[in-house]
Ligand binder design. Structure first.
Ligand SMILES: NC(=O)c1ccc[n+]([C@@H]2O[C@H](COP(=O)([O-])OP(=O)(O)OC[C@H]3O[C@@H](n4cnc5c(N)ncnc54)[C@H](O)[C@@H]3O)[C@@H](O)[C@H]2O)c1
Length: 380
């Protein structure tokens, strides 16, 4: 029997437009779904490029105007893959047209914007989700499950470090990533993933302190003319106090030479330790305080056993998965719950992450501890 269709419109054909298109195409190949995603339309500002992307990614049509895309009758889900400063306006327009909305992270460039995206979706009563795909790496999902099941005992410390060399070269011309109003910040770009995983595993953050630095303060203008001031942080780090009493540290940097998108997260509880390193993304290190002293150290778990999260939808144990699998798992989970939901992480969770990002930014600029409530209470 033919499955019902769900029709997808993707806004943005860059790296994430490609990743999401790939995931919609591959998800039904990897796992049984109640619906068949149909790539209806993709949009982008450059007609030639969006036409080529539509053909390469398998879309039926394209448009150079996202406003047309969000109004089309043959679109059920609007999937936003554009820079962060554009998300809120597109999400609000999609929701107002009755579309379900999937939005890449970070949800917005400020807590106020994130809240307004959340309210737009609530008002329209449409499903909504944020692209925190790293939750869906099998080993990260297993880490969360083990924390919930008490494998480390009561969580005392949570640590997340994300290093990349994306901004190292001062010769890279100015683009949206260096512009606070459209790119957000390194805190929100890399840190939003870390903070999402921290909130998911440990619970709400009560307060933060932080520092930030911008080492390359202006960049050349790609269209000629004077150099343009950089308005985002190159690197930031923060101390977190969780409401439940645990302490945390996060560091995010785009100026770490020879570190290509390396992230590490670690949980230390009163009975054990769990460590995930992105470079070995099918594995977890687990130190069990109850082990015999003769086994002192950590065991390496292959997060691919059929009892592990997502593994039964993937290759036989030992074959491993990669970055692309996180998108297939994420969008597959959303499609599995179409059309009733619930979807998660949703815009409310995206806004909660944004509040912590904003608290970190305020703490760094004001050189003080900032309660997350200080950010949320003025607007809620
Ligand atoms: N989840 C992840 O692993 C992950 C990885 C990379 C990026 N992202 C997020 O995805 C979003 C898109 O990032 P990307 O890497 O695909 O970007 P990209 O530069 O590769 O593509 C951006 C797309 O948005 C369009 N666009 C619309 N308005 C624009 C504007 N004002 N300025 C520039 N481009 C504009 C571009 O034409 C292009 O199609 C961002 O929010 C980013 O943080 C997520």
């Amino acid at each position: 029997m033919a499955l019902p269709e769900v029709r997808i419109g993707i806004v943005g054909y860059g790296m994430m437009g490609r990743a999401h298109s790939y995931a919609y195409t591959a998800a039904p190949v990897m796992r049984p779904l109640p619906v068949r995603p149909r790539l209806a339309v993709i949009s982008g500002r450059d007609e030639g490029k969006v036409a080529r992307a539509a053909s390469a990614y398998g879309f039926e049509s394209w448009t150079a105007d996202w406003r047309e895309l969000v109004q089309r009758r043959d679109v059920d889900i609007v999937d936003i893959c554009t820079p962060p400063g554009t998300h809120t306006e597109i999400a609000a327009a999609a929701a107002a047209n009755g579309k379900a909305v999937i939005c890449e992270k970070p949800l917005a460039v400020s807590y106020a914007q994130a809240l307004s995206a959340m309210e737009s979706a609530r008002r329209a009563n449409v499903l909504n989700a944020v692209g925190f795909n790293y939750r869906r790496l099998p080993a990260v999902s297993l880490m969360k499950r083990m924390v919930d099941e008490g494998a480390v005992g009561k969580v005392r410390l949570w640590r997340g470090v994300w290093l990349s060399d994306e901004f190292v070269d001062p010769g890279i011309p100015f683009d949206w990533r260096f512009d606070r109003t459209i790119g957000g910040s390194t805190i929100a770009d890399l840190g939003s993933h870390l903070i999402d995983m921290a909130l998911w595993m440990v619970g709400d953050v009560a307060e933060v302190s932080a520092q930030s630095g911008t080492f390359v303060t202006e960049r050349s203008n790609a269209s000629g003319g004077r150099p343009v001031p950089v308005t985002v942080d190159d690197a930031s780090s923060a101390l977190l106090r969780f409401q439940g009493g645990a302490r945390g540290v996060v560091e995010m940097a785009r100026v770490a030479v020879r570190r290509p998108c390396d992230f590490t997260i670690e949980v230390n509880g009163d009975r054990g330790t769990l460590v995930f390193e992105y470079a070995r993304l099918n594995e977890l290190l687990y130190g069990d305080g109850g082990d015999s002293p003769g086994l002192y150290g950590m065991r390496r778990i292959r997060a691919e056993h059929e009892t592990h999260p997502y593994a039964r939808h993937w290759w036989p144990v030992g074959q491993g998965v990669g970055y692309g699998a996180s998108f297939i798992n994420h969008l597959g989970d959303l499609l599995e719950r179409w059309p009733d939901g619930p979807w998660e992480p949703d815009f409310a969770q995206g806004a909660a992450v944004q509040a912590v990002c904003e608290a970190i930014e305020r703490a760094a600029s004001g050189r003080r501890w900032v309660a997350v409530d200080e950010v949320t209470s003025t607007l809620s």
